[in-house]
Design a protein around this ligand. Structure first.
Ligand SMILES: [Mg+2]
Length: 318
């Protein structure tokens, strides 16, 4: 199964060069262009830190001797910030003495290359740092992916959902969440066997991935239950997306049981603007809507809008 961009993938690496010398930028850009990576540039420390926070590069090549803010200070700042602390940093420096190297490694650099550098050697070191970074990324993603469906797992959802709720509240943005539960799943398992049940879960995962936009986050919540985070999405738009998912599943023919359709019930809770409901309260509403959908005949969506709050709007305006 190919995963789309809304789901776990290893992206093309970005290398950020932080150096006050335009010559270094020109040389490295020209020589790294042939590698399979994107290059970003910053000509001083503060700009480098800002780009690192925004673009999350896979690797930073950092000069030590720079005006405004030296490389040690940049490195210290990067390592203190949770969003940049895990980005590997290779120091590129004209400083040759052992104490400079020791300080750089103590601050968390993974490698130290002295200027003038041999470009072939630097490329090898860049490649090796990127390979290591990709392995670490793969391992940490694997721990967050559900093995059967290929979607994000519950652990990932729990963290991500809390983040999205506070982001939505902070910026006064629309947000919706859906809990989706396959109808009569036990009877599919009992009638056609567990492989048919697994196929239903995998088929549903594919439908979710196909329907999702890049900003949506599709997760397997557990058993036959899925959860979908829709950022910047008001409940009325969430309803449209969920209806597409519901109809697509209902229209699917299953090779293991061609005359038995699989359907899903969906509970949605959303807010068109700032909302101060807690992550749990939000899920509770979606779950109650799911319960109502099940009770009123299944294969349907029940959606409700959480009240927007004025404090949130003021906070967003300020
Ligand atoms: Mg310099």
């Amino acid at each position: 199964m190919t995963l789309d961009t809304s789901n776990p993938t290893i992206a093309r690496p970005i290398v950020l060069i932080v150096d006050d010398s335009p010559d270094v930028h020109r040389l490295l850009k020209a020589r790294l262009r042939v590698e399979d990576l994107d290059v970003l540039s910053a000509e001083d420390g503060p700009a480098g830190i800002e780009i690192a926070r925004q673009a999350h590069p896979s690797l930073i090549l950092l000069d030590l001797d720079m005006p405004v803010m030296d490389g040690y200070e940049v490195l210290r700042t990067l390592k203190e910030d949770q969003s940049t602390m895990n980005i590997p940093v290779i120091i590129l420096s004209g400083l040759q003495n052992a104490q400079d190297k020791v300080t750089a490694f103590d601050l968390g650099a993974i490698d130290y290359v002295t200027k003038p550098f041999d470009i072939a050697e630097l490329k090898v070191r860049v490649r090796s740092a990127l390979r290591m970074q990709q392995l670490i990324q793969m391992l940490s993603q694997r721990a967050q992916i559900d093995g059967l469906s290929g979607l994000w797992n519950r652990r990932y959802f729990d963290t991500r959902w809390t983040e999205e709720v506070s982001r939505g509240a902070r910026h006064g943005r629309a947000l919706s969440v859906a809990i989706l539960d396959l109808d009569h799943f036990k009877s599919i398992n009992d009638t056609y066997g567990h492989p048919a049940g697994d196929a239903a879960i995998q088929g549903m995962a594919k439908i979710l991935q196909a329907a999702c936009r890049q900003s949506d986050v599709a997760c397997r919540y557990g058993g036959e239950e899925f959860v979908l985070i829709m950022t910047d999405t008001a409940p009325k738009d969430a309803l449209v997306l969920c209806e597409r998912i519901r109809a697509s599943l209902e229209g699917t023919i299953w090779p293991m049981h061609p005359d038995r359709r699989v359907t899903i019930s969906i509970g949605v809770a959303g807010s068109a603007g700032a909302c101060d409901a807690t992550p749990d309260a939000w899920l509770h509403t979606a779950d109650q809507n799911l319960y109502t959908a099940k009770k009123s005949g299944r294969n349907r969506i029940v959606c409700s809008e959480l009240p927007t709050n004025t404090t949130g709007k003021l906070r967003a305006a300020g």
